[in-house]
Design a protein around this ligand. Structure first.
Ligand SMILES: NC(=O)C1=CN([C@@H]2O[C@H](COP(=O)(O)OP(=O)(O)OC[C@H]3O[C@@H](n4cnc5c(N)ncnc54)[C@H](O)[C@@H]3O)[C@@H](O)[C@H]2O)C=CC1
Ligand SMILES: C[N+](C)(C)CC(=O)CC(=O)[O-]
Length: 497
């Protein structure tokens, strides 16, 4: 698999800082050059929000975080890098100067991506000595969560470079889409600019205020667009006759006065003040980092929902997340778990993250089940029941769970889980899992569970194969000597009088 070994980020503002987080959280060392006097603080804050978001996004084993260092010059930053991402302000002359400097100092084989939102790559690469490796890699904010990068080549960009860039983005959880032809603002910003322009008119003409306009988006088509794009959505809107009927019905609207798109609004001081004041009234009570955290948590929730889409196969960005997680599990290899007769298996280490906390201010009940499920998944991987095994048509299904809540999990609290095998046979695994407070070792919850080995295609229980049973045997033998856990075999309730 084609991978990035070392990255350089030139410019570490809103977008550059989030590229740094994307690279570092994928385990890639990053060197940054940004002359801003507060660059380290700003990137540190973006990094903290990104780490918080990844804590919510996935339980898959992220690689050790890449080293993030600051260079004193472009030359120092790009030394040894095989992917260099330019994210300086959107001014052609400035970008050209920076890209020429990168080009002169970098390894000639290093890929150079520009974050530009709309400048043509042909214009950017004009004076470069190795222009074939320059392309636009246009991301979306926040880069560490939104997976898309539009890959756009200029006249001198090699097609192989675009393909290589696309391949190198996959292992960091991103989807590179190669755009056929260069055009200002590419595809995404062409669409966004159209909506933005129309929005400015609606505010200027007092049709609505910024809050109403945002509500119209987020309670309606904004939700649709997260899961299907424009054409698939409108195909459904055409009813059983699909897109042809949709076009026949709504095509005539194109000639109605529904849009002012051909007129550009005059963004004068008066309109700027009007929009800024309305935006302050709408969102000014919260700081930008707080808004970022709210946005990130919502985006994570959307991706989780989409991961379960299409009957669990995953859909759109959720399917991409599932693929990324499978890649992380495969890369991490088999976890080294100590099988001992002295204690249960320690299978999972985690922290209570913000999305797990409910209105009572502590970890909400279904997150306990999630941790118990993640722990039993870790047991299954240990005995060879991994993604390939499940794909081939067999698995273990949970048939019974009894959870006891003995303490609280608070935001940020470090936890670990342990699992004791109580009994097993050719079909069944019966085990007892504890969630511990990592600081004290105290048990805050337990679950007793039974799993049955199944032929998932036939939909019936069957005996596990010899190689799986052979891996269960040493665990069963070791755990046979452990005392029966307090609480095992309990049922819910009190005696009826
Ligand atoms: N903000 C957004 O939503 C998006 C922005 N982009 C693109 O990303 C690029 C950067 O935009 P933002 O991050 O929003 O701007 P920004 O203003 O937040 O950051 C730009 C950074 O570049 C630094 N810088 C200025 N001159 C430099 C130089 N000579 N060498 C190194 N660093 C230098 C600045 O100190 C600043 O930290 C632009 O091309 C923009 O079009 C792309 C997608 C979304
Ligand atoms: C406003 N913008 C043109 C810089 C936006 C983008 O380029 C993409 C995004 O994140 O919306």
């Amino acid at each position: 698999m084609s991978t990035i070994h070392k990255a350089a980020c030139i410019g570490g503002g809103v977008i550059g800082g989030a590229w740094v987080a994307r690279f570092a959280l994928a385990g890639i060392d990053v060197k940054i050059f940004d002359p801003h006097p507060e660059a380290e603080r700003i990137i540190g804050e973006v990094m903290a929000n990104a780490e918080r978001a990844y804590g919510m996004l996935t339980m898959a084993p992220l690689p050790p975080k890449g080293k993030v260092t600051f260079a004193k010059s472009i030359e120092e930053a790009v030394e040894g890098a095989d992917w260099i991402q330019e994210s300086v302000p959107e001014r052609l002359e400035l970008k050209r100067g920076v890209l020429n400097q990168i080009d002169a100092a970098a390894d000639p084989k290093a890929l150079i991506g520009s974050s530009t939102s709309g400048l043509m790559p042909t214009d950017l690469q004009r004076d470069m000595k190795h222009p074939e490796r320059l392309f636009v890699a246009h991301p979306y904010n926040p880069v560490y969560l939104l997976p898309l990068a539009e890959l756009v080549g200029g006249q001198k960009t090699s097609r192989a470079v675009l393909e290589d860039a696309k391949a190198k983005l996959a292992p960091i959880g991103m989807k590179g889409v190669i755009i056929n032809k260069e055009i200002e603002a590419f595809v995404g910003d062409r669409l966004l600019e159209a909506v933005w322009r129309e929005g400015l008119w609606l505010i200027k003409d007092d049709i609505c205020d910024t809050e109403t306009l945002d509500d119209v988006i987020r309670y309606s088509f904004g939700m649709r667009w997260a899961q299907m794009g424009m054409f698939e959505t409108y195909r459904i809107a055409g009813g059983e006759a699909g897109m042809r009927h949709f076009l026949a019905q709504f095509g005539p609207c194109l000639s109605w006065p529904w849009t002012k798109l051909t007129d550009v609004v005059d963004l004068n001081d008066e309109l700027v003040a009007k929009i800024a004041d309305q935006s302050d009234a709408q969102s000014g009570a919260r700081g930008i980092r707080e808004l970022e955290r709210i946005r990130d948590q919502n985006l994570v929730g959307i991706m989780h929902a989409l991961k379960a889409g299409d009957d669990g196969k995953g859909w759109g960005s959720g399917k991409l997340l599932a693929d990324f997680e499978a890649h992380l599990w495969a890369k991490a290899g088999k976890a080294k778990v100590e099988v001992s007769a002295a204690e249960p298996l320690r299978l999972l280490d985690t922290k209570v993250n913000a999305a797990w906390v409910d209105y009572n201010g502590h970890m909400t009940e279904h997150r306990y089940l999630q941790l118990f499920g993640d722990t039993s998944d870790a047991l299954l991987r240990l005995i060879g029941v991994d993604f390939d095994y499940v794909e081939a048509g067999h698995s273990y299904y949970t048939v019974e769970t009894h959870i006891r809540h003995l303490g609280e999990g608070k935001l940020g609290q470090a936890l670990y889980t342990t699992l004791q095998l109580l009994s097993s046979d050719a079909k069944r695994l019966h085990f007892f899992t504890r969630i511990h407070d990592a600081a004290t070792g105290d048990v805050i919850a337990t679950a007793e569970q039974m799993m049955v080995h199944v032929d998932s295609k036939a939909g019936k229980s069957v005996e596990a194969p010899a190689e799986v049973l052979a891996k269960i045997k040493p665990i069963a033998e070791a755990h046979a000597t452990l005392p029966m856990p307090e609480g095992a075999g309990r049922s819910v309730g009190q005696k009826r009088t």
